[in-house]
Design a protein around this ligand. Structure first.
Ligand code: KG4
Ligand code: ZN
Length: 334
């Protein structure tokens, strides 16, 4: 009887097809096939995402097994992202995981995508200790999560409209940058002046966020300047990127700082695709230095969507014997 915990994890909630192998809590393969097809449409097209997962998944799993030096008969469990996400995309991953688990007679593990983003902090050292506060910022979500235990995640604040990633992507689109705009805007911002232009920071009560006003103010700001100087956007691109990025970060970290004080936590973590943002990583670290708090910033490969984080959550569930039954179905919204 194999005493090793060998988990194959699948992530297919949006436009990244990902597969990972975790052996006894350590990642041995973490592969992502990013779907380039969406770039030409300026955003993710759900049906095309589902179709691309269908083509990418089996070859990617085969490659992950090969990379980890594992035969599928050695697997202890198969894990998949149960939701939230695009339902067609999720169904590709869940159907594959079900079939494989059933054919191998091994347990099936369903993982919540947002919980997994936070649990990515337990893949490598240094690991935070409970309780800690995690700012989870992605293309679909913006949440302040009070982490009391691995699966005791209390959402104490969230966006009431756009997610932080959407704020990056939508303002980047206004600037004429390609999709996804977040990483491009981040790069251009690095040589811009964040104080060049001032955009309003939303004043939501409590720990909630709002980002939809930002894109409107950027849109009107540029439209007005272009009436006077049609070249305004191009001539000020880096400063515009830096100023927009700084406005988004200001709101995110203001609420995070308030929440940390209110809940008396001294460890702050970042998770989700936007945690790859260089400005946000730097500013969170500076905030923690100021208060003598500890900052936890994930490795880049575990920021944007990946199956390593799904494997981490699944490994914890495997040890708790928390398995899915064969009638399980994915969900689009939590
Ligand atoms: O977590 P993720 O890969 O997918 C979702 O679950 O949504 O997050 C994707 C989001 C996109 O909005 C993308 O523009 C943003 O993360 N993103 C960034 C950066 N890298 C990815 N935003 C700002 N700066 C970055 N460096
Ligand atoms: Zn995500």
């Amino acid at each position: 009887m194999n005493k090793d915990r060998i988990i194959l994890a699948i992530e297919s909630s949006c436009d990244d097809t990902a597969a990972a192998i975790m052996i006894n809590g350590k990642i041995h393969a973490n592969l992502v096939a990013t779907q380039k097809i969406h770039e030409q449409y300026g955003g993710v097209v759900p049906e095309l995402a589902g179709r691309a997962h269908q083509s990418n998944l089996v070859p990617l799993v085969t490659e992950a097994l090969k990379k980890a030096g594992i035969n599928k008969k050695q697997l202890s469990a198969v894990a998949f992202t149960k939701g939230p996400g695009l339902i067609g995309a999720l169904m590709v991953g869940s159907s594959f995981a079900k079939s494989l688990a059933q054919s191998l007679s091994i347990p099936l593990i369903g993982v919540h995508h947002m919980e997994a983003h936070v649990l990515a902090h337990f893949i490598d050292e240094p690991r935070p200790q409970f309780p800690f506060l995690c700012l989870t910022v992605s293309g679909g979500h913006t949440q302040l999560v009070l982490m009391k235990d691995y699966f005791e995640q209390e959402i104490i604040g969230k966006t009431i409209d756009d997610a932080a990633g959407e704020a990056f992507d939508k303002t980047a689109k206004i600037l004429g940058l390609p999709y996804p705009g977040g990483p491009v805007l981040d790069k251009l911002a690095s040589t811009g002046n964040p104080k060049a232009f001032e955009f309003p920071v939303s004043r939501m009560p409590g720990f909630d966020f709002s980002f939809s006003g930002l894109k409107t103010s950027v849109l009107y700001f540029i439209r007005d300047r272009e009436l006077v100087n049609p070249e305004f956007k191009q001539q000020n691109l880096n400063d515009l990127c830096a100023s927009i990025q700084s406005t988004i970060i200001k709101q995110l970290l203001k609420k995070t700082e308030l929440a940390a004080k209110e809940y008396g936590v001294n460890q702050l973590a970042l998770a989700g695709g936007v945690s790859a943002n260089s400005g946000l990583r730097k500013e969170l670290t500076a905030l923690c230095e100021k208060h003598k708090w500890q900052a936890f910033v994930p490795a880049f490969e575990y920021c944007t969507d990946n199956a390593g984080m799904i494997a981490m959550a699944a490994d914890l569930k495997f040890q708790r014997q928390e398995f899915e039954t064969m009638d399980t179905a994915p969900f689009a919204r939590s």
